[in-house]
Design a protein around this ligand. Sequence first.
Ligand code: SAH
Length: 459
Amino acid sequence: MEFLPLFHNIRNRRCVVVGAGSIALRKLRPLLEAGAIIDVIAPDIDERIKELAKKNSLNLNKKYFENKDLNDAILVISATNVKEVNIQVSNHAQLLNIPVNVVDQPELCTVIFPSIVDRSPMLVAISSGGSAPVLARMLRTKLEAIIPSGYGSLAKLAGKFRPLVKEKISDPNGRKAFWEDVFSGDIAELIYSEKNEAAEIELQKKIEHNKAEKLGEVYLVGGGPGDPDLLTFRALRLMQKADIVLYDRLVSKEVLALVRRDAELIFVGKTAGDHPITQENINKKLVEFAQQGNRVLRLKGGDPFIFGRGGEEIEHLGDHGVPFQVVPGITAASGCASYAGIPLTHRDHAQSVRFITGHQKNNELNLNWAELIAPNQTLVFYMGLNGLEIICEKLISFGMDSLTPAALIEKGTTRSQHTYVGNLLTLPGKVREGKAKAPTLIIIGSVVSLHSKLSWFKC
Ligand code: SAH
């Protein structure tokens, strides 16, 4: 081990920062967060540091560094671009046995700053001992991604109840098991979804009974348009937690592969005209499974609140007192538009965008066509493959220019993505010729003309 990792309490103690440019600024922030009283010493002081000094315990000393500036300091940071000054600061600090850090000069340091993942009071510090800071930062990015942002609140909650738990559960192993259960179970999940009060109540109950009370809950999760990289962190976490998964046809294989291995998978998908399970039955099953104490994942394609009937499902859960949470997903419009290089709005093309269902009832599409032909807007049709001809004809008959650019994106964001581009007159022919298959999304409007320039995704 090159360095000994320690966490240093510097609250209300004097730290000295020599230098007042942008590098010094970077170091000042963590010192301030840790509550230090800071003396900045430099002949010229960056405006941003002056700004910082207005609201923080930061004393600005506009002068050249002298050895006596280090008297009484408990930590010294040299962040100047003058090598001689850095050496002088380092030598004198070492003479006085004060820990010293010289930015980007490990040979002059007795202490170094780690990369940190901050979920205060929980902190993760990472260091490569000065040999590969970029690698340390990459590791930090990975950890940032997997540690829920609610970890801090979870640690605070644990801190608050620690004495009581110690009093009630005298056996250290019992206490360990108790906390493991709290941190990996429903109480943690309540904290992550910011239901702190409910978490406290559950924790109180758990302390009183010291047994895991399994709460049933439904997670209504948007699985995005296909590419598993587009899942949210929360979606992934809940997918890893669920006991039972009810999923739709639109959920991609790759996304489904990420649910907990031993979870029970139930397909409740619907294809046009073929309804293996009715909506009513899905609603019923969700309630039933949750009431049995299961964590039920209702996994949907895209976003559950966009043409996903998510609203109806949770209404039913609410009526039956079943707790639930909703996790948004990337809706097909966002996913397909991004991956096809078609911005849905653009200052020169469209100031608004409409998401429309192209699903036909009895071979009819009852839409307010007159509104849809307004200029400077983008139209996005979900479920429009069968009705593509009707959509294009109707728009033209209500006055939209027949040369308006139009695109159809097949299996957007997946390795099989295909984009058909034309205009209201030509698109249907191209799509039928290419034998496009669902799911597909139609985008109509002048933004489609940007596709040839902005398309970037190669499958
Ligand atoms: N809740 C979903 C939409 C469900 S409706 C969402 O937010 O995306 C189903 C329609 O979504 C499909 O008919 C199709 O129009 C569209 N769709 C979903 N995934 C798609 C994909 N990968 N590529 C193209 N269209 C998609």
